[in-house]
Design a protein around this ligand. Sequence first.
Ligand code: ADP
Length: 545
Amino acid sequence: MRGLMMDTPLLISSIIDHGATVYADREIVSQTVEGPIHRYTYAHARARSKQLANALASLGVHAGDRIATIAWNGHRHFEIYYAVSGMGAICHTLNPRLHPVQLDYIVNHAEDSYIFTDLTFVPLLEAIADKLTSVQGVVVMTDRANMPDTSLSNALCYEELIDNHSDEFAWPQFDENTASSLCYTSGTTGNPKGVLYSHRSTVLHSYGLALPDSMQLGEGHCVLPIVPMFHANAWGIPYAAPMTGVKLVMPGPRLDGASLTRLMTDEDVTMTAGVPSVFLGLLNHLEETNTRVPSLERVVIGGAAASQSMITAFEQKLGVEVRHAWGMTEMSPLGTVSVLKPDMRDAPEADRYEVQGKQGRPVFGVEMKIVDDDAKLLPHDGKAFGDLSVRGPWVCSGYYRMDHSPAHDADGWFATGDVATIDESWYMQITDRKKDLIKSGGEWISSVELENLASGHPEIAQAAVIAVPHEKWDERPLLIAVPKENASPTKETIQEYLAGLVPKWWVPDDVVFVDSLPLGATGKVLKTKLREQYASPHSGTPPKE
Ligand code: ADP
């Protein structure tokens, strides 16, 4: 028997309609690329989204067309998210930090018909323009006064484009499983793969994000997503914001510690979210200037493991709660969040931080399991580690224009490529990316755990551990570390420090000190680059006995 409830489709346009009516005066504040701070309301944002939807229709854009963006977090990017998906087209976010070769591959693979670009990325598009086979025009996200001289053949000005269009636009109603947006994985191995989100997955994911033990969003909060809108849709925050009425603060291109501190302080930001490498910059700035952001209550750290030292720096020095989260582009991206269970809140400090160092428990909507090489389920004892698989309504069921995905199995599980433990209370902990695990003498060493411990050393700012080939043991760990300013740690002191924390055979045979670690397109340490540099037979760092 079917239930007698309305079959209202879950559409992205309904989110902005809700924000623009129920939270009409709630603000969106943006640091623009041009310089000034821009400020308006959800009601105004919807009006301009509708103007843009009319403009796109006048350009001949139809439902299902792919419209790309290459832009920072800002108000125009927000409008594009809603206009494009709202009219039934597909909003394809391009990551400007990708190699140009990957960018033109992605645009051609998606067959994007228009690209919206911030001023920053006009030169980047000019450089690849002659390789783009499907693009009919580029819209520069600025006003006439700031339009650049450009060699792009069909460059339009955003403000002019929408200017003469009405802000009346009836969002079409359609099946909630219709594609809404597209984001390619960064493709560290092989070509990038397209993850094609639907209206339904996006709306459900927004509910998941808003839950109390997830990102806990609501009208009382002011959120600054540091995580870019070109990286897994800023983890879905631009969708969950008008749904919940949070004040939204967009940092634009200014992601350095000083700029973030200023913007967060000026706008009374209560929560922010991003990858560890940007928080490193923020923490350094706060420490150097001996400042804090008085309004800041919570940070969500994900995308790569948050080290214990980062968690304690936020909590002890700044009084800011850390929520460690894990996910993937393929998961929209929310998977797990680490929030202490009520009976853990009074536990000894070390125990609490251990739990917060884990990646957390699944948010409703995400099923997960760990299995061994024979696909046998592993116990939840916090020790057994295996391949982590997930499934749920906001996990991708395949990749865009790819016939077969080796990561998906017949029962609908998606193999994440991460290796993890799950404990009795369902806290999941990533021990490694499968390809980053180190196999020494037939036993596994977790590079993530070594990195976490090494960055707890008082003289180490950042650490990465990779496997180097070894004749006898197959692989041995190599630690590559960035010393803190004015510190001069030695290989021996670091090895001694680690020997007190891990089994003897885990201690890296060598420690290389560097000024900085290479970061990839999503702000994470590029281990492929480190392996090329330090672990290849030609790297000049011979494995040691
Ligand atoms: P995102 O960075 O938005 O989570 P990506 O698709 O770029 O999404 O990367 C996903 C991968 O990043 C995961 O499979 C995992 O290896 C790693 N990752 C994400 N969050 C964490 C975390 N909190 N700790 C450790 N690794 C993480």
